[in-house]
Design a protein around this ligand. Structure first.
Ligand SMILES: Cc1cc2nc3c(=O)[nH]c(=O)nc-3n(C[C@H](O)[C@H](O)[C@H](O)COP(=O)(O)OP(=O)(O)OC[C@H]3O[C@@H](n4cnc5c(N)ncnc54)[C@H](O)[C@@H]3O)c2cc1C
Length: 502
């Protein structure tokens, strides 16, 4: 994702990947949160979803295995895209290839040094070790990040070992399938919803009947010490039976493999001490690891990439304002912290015990309130962030994720998400006379004069960063050019060419 962002901005990155080809092991089953809209804003949503049209928010989700009803939430920010991680990687690779990005498969970073001007990476490739010099190096190399270790960046946090999670591809008895809900009706237990986390007094159970793929079952149990032997289907059956308190005769999966049979112990909640060391940056799991509950990892990591990409490109082009690169950490560390907060809170809410049951009862009451549901939805979507745009102007949209807009332009109606695919700064002029669009703009800013097509927009002009956060907005009928100039300078190091008309 970062390589694609850089390539869009005219930079030629090199990707080093220790694997010799994309991995096939199952990881994420989907994307959750604002990243779904971000992918739409880069023209990748339809490729991934396989359906035409923009993403729609989900009417319901779960928080700590408690139902989250979002039908009452105005401007619901929670979007889902149920694609396996392997498909996401495939689409990003296609995209990188279209943009001319070089991916070096089978090349492993083993060392790095840096000085004021460059980073020198030591890399081991198929033909042996070599040195590679670059202006910057970004470690997007996962939770065990070699980059982080080589840069001497600590990774404080907690590791827990009380829980054991098991996942397997299975078949459940056909008579248990409830055609009305798509979930299960388990004899001796009762209904179990499809896909949603389901807590019992003995653990957590998830039934995932993915269309076109083998069914999958996941359990989480606490204070149970499995032997250090390869996981088996019998072990999965025994665990499911313990969690539901009744016999669960899971069968082997249908169809060709490879089939999933995975046991994971405990979990980590950790964040890098700093996201930058000179010319070296960390993003994604290299910068933060957390429980996979609620599926926040890709939302967080891919948006790290979109935050960093345009800033690095501006710096490489010599036009970044002072301190721009440091805003990567000041903006994205809070995003990581929020994920650590909600994944740890959710992990607590799914644990067994009567004290947790009491906590859940209270939490369920709170979640029934639309205001609380909206708060949690914003948290899980990563939509509750407001970045400091470092300008004196005030408007409620400044620093926020730009709202989805449908605009009438001289060339017809267009969605905001269709205007942001080039990843360039974008000025949307909604003033009646298009007065701002008529000014002489620096080359790096795209300018669109438009009218709102479907709904009231609480602004007469918006300046968006390439990550589609609002750098500046105003509701004034005659916007202040001085304010606009300040925002251009603060984010893009750019100035209006002159005050005259084009
Ligand atoms: C079981 C499971 C389920 C999950 N479910 C979800 C979910 O539903 N939704 C969600 O959003 N997230 C989920 N996640 C989290 C998600 O998979 C991660 O957050 C995401 O993969 C992080 O991406 P990344 O690029 O930062 O790191 P990674 O995906 O770990 O990629 C790092 C890459 O760096 C390469 N590399 C490592 N060291 C080197 C080196 N020295 N030199 C060169 N290359 C190197 C690795 O080979 C790897 O390809 C899940 C994770 C797991 C384990």
């Amino acid at each position: 994702m970062l390589a694609c962002e850089l390539a869009l901005a005219g930079v030629r990155p090199t990707v080093l990947e220790t694997r010799t080809e994309p991995g096939t092991e199952p990881r994420a089953n989907g994307l959750v949160g604002q990243v779904v809209r971000m992918l739409d804003r880069r023209g990748l949503y339809e490729r991934l979803s396989g359906t035409p049209g923009p993403p729609q928010p989900t009417p319901r989700f779960v928080f700590g295995a408690l139902p989250l009803d979002l039908t009452q939430v105005d401007d619901n920010p929670l979007y889902l895209l149920p694609v396996p991680q392997a498909r996401l990687v495939e689409v990003l690779l296609e995209r990188a290839d279209e943009l001319g990005v070089a991916v070096r498969w089978g090349h492993t970073l083993t060392g790095l040094t840096q000085d004021a001007d460059a980073v020198t990476a030591t890399v081991t490739g198929p033909d042996g070790p070599y040195a590679l010099e670059a202006r910057y190096l970004v470690g997007a190399d996962g939770g065990g990040s070699v980059t982080r270790k080589l840069a001497g960046i600590g990774f404080p946090g907690v590791t827990t070992d009380r829980s054991v999670s098991r996942t397997a591809n299975v078949t459940v008895p056909a008579s248990w399938m409830d055609p009305a809900t798509g979930g299960l009706d388990v004899p001796g237990y009762g209904p179990v919803p499809a896909f949603l986390h389901h807590r019992t007094e003995h653990g957590l159970f998830v039934f995932a009947p993915f269309p076109g793929r083998p069914q999958a079952v996941t359990t989480v149990e606490w204070d149970e010490m499995p032997d250090d032997v390869p996981m088996t289907l019998d072990e999965m059956r025994a665990s499911a039976s313990r969690v539901l308190g009744t016999d669960v005769p899971l069968g082997p999966p249908d169809g060709p493999g490879p089939h999933l049979l995975r046991r994971l112990r405990g979990g980590n909640s950790r964040m890098a001490e700093r996201f930058r060391d000179g010319r070296v940056f960390l993003l994604g799991d290299a910068a933060h690891v957390h429980s996979a509950i609620g599926g926040p990892g890709l939302n967080l990591g891919l948006q790290d990439a979109v935050n960093l990409g345009w800033k690095l490109a501006a710096d490489l082009a010599g036009r970044a304002p002072a301190g721009l690169l440091d805003t990567y950490e000041t903006e994205r560390r809070p995003a990581g912290s929020r994920v650590l907060v909600h994944t740890q809170a959710q992990s607590t809410l799914i644990a067994p015990g009567s004290d947790v049951t009491a906590l859940r009862e209270l939490f369920a009451e709170l979640l029934a309130d639309p205001g609380t549901a909206a708060h949690i939805a914003g948290l899980m979507a990563g939509a509750d962030l407001r970045y400091d745009m470092k300008i004196p102007a005030t408007h409620p949209l400044i620093g926020r994720w730009a709202p989805d807009l449908l605009l009438d332009t001289a060339t017809g109606p267009v969605r905001l998400a269709e205007l942001t695919r080039t990843a360039r700064p974008l000025l949307i002029d909604l003033t009646p006379e298009g007065a701002l669009a008529a000014l002489r703009w620096p080359d790096e800013v795209d300018v669109v004069a438009a009218r709102p097509a479907d709904a009231e927009v609480p602004a007469t002009a918006l300046l968006l960063r390439p990550d589609t956060y609002v750098a500046w907005a105003t509701g004034a009928a005659h916007p202040s050019k001085a304010d606009l100039s300040a925002a251009l300078q603060a984010q893009f190091g750019a100035r209006m060419q002159s005050e005259g008309a084009r």
